[in-house]
Design a protein around this ligand. Sequence first.
Ligand SMILES: [Mn+2]
Length: 349
Amino acid sequence: MAQELNAAHPERLIVIQVQWQGDVSYASHSARQLARTIGFPEPHAEEIALAVQELATNLVKHAAGGSIQLSPATGQGRTGIEIRSDDQGPGIPDVDRAITDGYSTAGTLGTGLGTVNRMMDELEIRSLPSAGTHIVCQRWLRPANDGPLVRELDFGAATRPYCNSGENGDALVIKQWEGYALAGVIDGLGHGQFAQRAAQAARNYVEQHFDQPLPNLFRGVERACRATRGVVMALVRFDLRKHAFTLASVGNVEVRLFGTTSGSTQRFNPIIRRGIIGLNAPQPVCFEHPWTSDTLLVLHSDGLRTHWSGDEFAEILREPPSKVAHRLLIALGKLEDDATVVVVRSKHS
Ligand SMILES: [Mn+2]
């Protein structure tokens, strides 16, 4: 695939032999230049340059040199940049650990791969002691945002750690962009410091890639959480032009859908994969469902009781989403677990 792409743009394939620190700066500079040429805005070109700097630094420090290849990339109607890093060095002893942000200790092979995972949209690593390390990653252009964003959804959220301790092992994501939105609840396994680390690794990845397709987000979080305890996560992506949303979920995050004018619970039986992302999770099934102006969506972690009905909370569910979230958290939150609620409804004009 990469070869075809390169063949299509032979004039824009850049191969840089990286042996010493000066080559690192040159590789990073070249990546920034190519990213600008492809059309990446400055902050994104900077992130791509940073990813290349991390990869090239690894080549110098741990592989006695190697090569960085930069080229334009296309795929699934998208345009972007592809970066390859190849060496014949000793291989990365623990890829899972290396790729988890904040885990790789400075100075060991694979340092900075967490950064590469966050900066790039897709990432593949093959590393063997006998055959060196081969990394391919892509970053895609985001559609340009023209004009002020019309916020079509109202979000509410409430979260707190267990027993009101300082460390919250739950996290949430809320994003809106032109015609789309993303909402999610993430629950790091257990609670306390290590649950928080897992949840934050997942949240950081999703925040950085929020507009990417759901399967890509789950694959990226899987990479980001490999050396953590792991997380469960439900993400909902709204396609407002299509009046639809897509849900993908792994593990125990409650998803409820209500018709707020009728007060009725809508039939909604998505396929929820069991498992823990970062440890043993299969890819989630993406489930599409219509989104209407009177739909209320509630996501919550298992730190809230799951046995509740819309009838019980009919009054509360008519409140603004932020109020719904807070009142559900107070009514249903279990003291012994981190608890998080996200509520979404169309803005009523
Ligand atoms: Mn929990």
